[in-house]
Write a protein that binds this ligand. Sequence first.
Ligand SMILES: NC(=O)c1ccc[n+]([C@@H]2O[C@H](COP(=O)([O-])OP(=O)(O)OC[C@H]3O[C@@H](n4cnc5c(N)ncnc54)[C@H](O)[C@@H]3O)[C@@H](O)[C@H]2O)c1
Length: 318
Amino acid sequence: MKILLTGAAGFIGSHLTEHLLSMGHTVIGYDNFDNQYDPVRKHINIHFLTTHPNFTFIQNDIRDQASLTDVLRQYRCDTVVHLAARTGVRDSVREPALCIDVNVNGTLSLLEAMRLTKVRRLVMASSSSVYGNSSAVPFREDDDANLPLSPYAMSKRSAELLAHTYHHLHGFDVACLRFFTVYGPRQRPEMAISRFTEKMYGGQPITIYGDGSTSRNYTYIYDTIMGISRSINHLKGFDLLNIGGSGAVKLSELVGIIEQAVGRKAVIDWQPNQPGDVTLTSADLHRANNRIGYLPSVQIEEGISRFVSWYRQTVLCS
Ligand SMILES: NC(=O)c1ccc[n+]([C@@H]2O[C@H](COP(=O)([O-])OP(=O)(O)OC[C@H]3O[C@@H](n4cnc5c(N)ncnc54)[C@H](O)[C@@H]3O)[C@@H](O)[C@H]2O)c1
């Protein structure tokens, strides 16, 4: 396949690029090195891939529809994986307009470029945040997702709805993948596991919002990549799929698992809950298993241990 991959220089995008190239696909990576976190990290994420004969990288913004149209046409892409986004709930509360512009208008720009070039296969990143504080646990894809708690969640749900519209009007095959807190090597530096690891190694206090009882379904990057890859291969019609890890983990337990891997005790700075944060994410994976044979395989202790080894070798030693 010839795949246009937006957000290719990011955490998930760089792992996906590596995987798709290893499967023999041609990848056109598209990313604007947005400065939400240090762009140098993104250059490092993909630097080692830039000499691969089947990889082309284009630095540009997904809101530039003409550029996306040219790229789809010039490289004769048949499939799009859309990961580019302004990520993060808390950043979206601080900068709602930018989040909605990139995540909603940027997605619209991509859908229009696809329509104009007759590329009709799309796998795109959504998020567990669309479920808000759903009372039904675990979260199922047919649950209502109409009460977002942050601009980020709203933007992700809006992008799903836009994609459905293009499926209906223009016959696109679409899979919207609802990722549940993804972690592993190259994880975004502002995410909890990265921050906690950095602070523990630096002997600094870690900030915990709330009382540590909030729970998250954490997904190791390998499982997320398997979910995306399987979706690409099974793409048909319109689907919403939870791509989660094997179970929910309390924040206090997560800290214990990281302490164990780092070999240091955390000093905790307790702070009140943050607006927009949800108290629990929990994934029902039956649909993803039935439709694409998805099952996560990496347990949290193993995943954290791999992440901390990578952190020690790569970030601490650089
Ligand atoms: N990491 C998670 O836990 C998680 C959870 C749920 C959903 N997601 C979704 O998965 C996708 C990838 O997330 P990630 O964790 O790899 O984030 P990331 O920030 O590392 O990657 C996103 C990439 O998009 C690029 N980008 C941002 N704005 C752009 C624009 N206007 N034009 C072109 N490129 C742009 C950034 O430069 C970055 O490289 C995102 O859509 C995110 O919302 C991630």
